[in-house]
Structure formats: C-alpha cells, structure tokens
Design a protein around this ligand. Structure first.
Ligand SMILES: Nc1nc2c(ncn2[C@@H]2O[C@H](COP(=O)(O)OP(=O)(O)OP(=O)(O)O)[C@@H](O)[C@H]2O)c(=O)[nH]1
Ligand SMILES: C[C@H](OP(=O)(O)O)C(=O)O
Length: 206
C-alpha cells in the first residue's frame, strides 16, 4: 500500500507550546514522524512524506506548501481500486505495524481510522472520487463525502490509531504505550509519568 504521511515541517505541534519550546516541538514531531514511517513499513506500506518544506528523513519526501487538505487531495488524485493510497498522520505516536496492517487490509473503498474528538487520523482510499476535507469534525465529513461518492466505508476500531499527540495530556499516552524514538526523546528530556489529584499526568524533572 502506498502511504502518504503529511508533515508540517514549519511550525509543528503548536498545541504543545505550554510544555515544549519551538525547537523541542520540532524535535518531537520529527521523532514521531520517524516512528510512523517505521510503523508504515512494518505494515508493508511504502511511505512518502508529504511535507510543507524539505525534511531530512529516511523516506521519499514530496514538498507541497499548500494547506493540508489540497495537498492530500493532490496525492489522492490517482487512487483507485487497484491503486489504493493510505494517508497516515505523522503524529500517531502509538502507531504500530499491526495497527496499520488492520487499516491497510480492511475491506471497503474508504477505510477510516477516526481520531478521538472527531478528527481523521488515518485513511485508506481505493475509490477514485473520494477527497478529504480535514479539520473540525473531519471523521463525520469524510463519511459523508464517501457516501456522496458512492464509496463503501469501513471504520477501524483502534486505540493506537485513534490517539494523535496534540496536547500535553497526550504525552501520557506516549510514555505509557509507546517505545519508539519519540518516547525515548521525551524521557531524555526529563518527562515522566505522575499522578496529580488522582489523575495521570506528565511532569518534567529537568
Ligand atoms: N503537508 C502538510 N501537513 C500538515 C499540515 N498541517 C498539519 N500537517 C500534518 O498533519 C497532521 C495533523 O496535524 P494537526 O495535528 O492538525 O496539526 P499540527 O501542525 O501537527 O499541530 P498543531 O499546530 O498543534 O495544530 C500532522 O502529521 C501534521 O504534521 C499542512 O499544512 N501540510
Ligand atoms: C488533520 C485534523 O487533525 P486535528 O486538527 O483534528 O488533530 C483532522 O483530523 O481533521
């Protein structure tokens, strides 16, 4: 399966600004990108990074400085039943080969892995007329777009694929459930799990 991995190389992960400075956000985002590329390959996928700017990474990079939706739609232009294309976000810090294989192998002309909160964390598209429309309630929007195109839809029920690392609380998930480069970097940067007022949290010791 060809897999496009969108990556904002310019100002990634701004919602983590309360806990990481700009350079750290960039480093964490690149570590997650490397982890996602490894997971795509472990699932038998062939990844291409769709980046807003050149990025030094072990995969082919296609630079497209347009917004996410038009850039991904361009990458979907030749998708079809015999040439499916997956779109896997670069901030899926818990993604594994097994989890992505469930996406790649699912039946359906449009396979959706929803994100918690209404987004779309990963897609596999085998229908020529399906197009994306990201942000907001994109999971609901993508179901409607698929329906309007006459495409069959299936949904992947996956804790790993439903978790994108957007906000400080999501760092708990990385420390608890992942062991790739991003988790190693977080630990090196001094982050550790904690319980604050009975709730899981992360604290930074240095
Ligand atoms: N190619 C491309 N990828 C993007 C763009 N915006 C976001 N992405 C990527 O799309 C995925 C989902 O991004 P978001 O979580 O919505 O945004 P983000 O930039 O990672 O984080 P925030 O700044 O906190 O919203 C991540 O893999 C981003 O790197 C864009 O304009 N172009
Ligand atoms: C790309 C976008 O991600 P979010 O902004 O919801 O993290 C979406 O899933 O539509």
């Amino acid at each position: 399966m060809r897999a496009v991995v969108p990556f904002d190389a310019d100002r990634p992960k701004t919602r983590l600004a309360d806990v990481l400075d700009e350079r750290e956000r960039s480093t964490l985002a690149r570590a997650m990108l490397a982890d996602v590329l490894a997971a795509v390959r472990a699932a038998g996928g062939e990844p291409t990074v769709l980046s807003t700017a050149p990025v030094d990474v072990d995969a082919p990079v296609r630079v497209d400085d347009r917004a996410l939706t038009p850039a991904v739609n361009d990458a979907l232009a030749d998708a079809g039943p015999d040439r499916p294309v997956a779109v896997v976000m670069a901030d899926l810090g818990l993604a594994t080969g097994d989890a992505l294989a469930d996406l790649f192998d699912a039946d359906g002309e449009v396979v959706i892995a929803p994100g918690r909160g209404g987004g779309t964390n990963a897609l596999a598209v085998g229908h020529p007329e399906f197009r994306v429309d990201y942000h907001g309630l994109s999971y609901r929007d993508h179901r409607r777009i698929a329906e309007a195109a006459g495409a069959s839809v299936s949904v992947v029920d996956s804790q790993r694929l439903s978790t994108d690392i957007d906000e400080p609380a999501d760092l708990v998930e990385l420390l608890l459930h992942a062991d790739g480069r991003a988790t190693a970097w977080l630990r090196d940067a001094g982050f550790e799990l904690a319980v604050e007022d009975g709730r899981a949290d992360v604290v930074r010791s240095r």
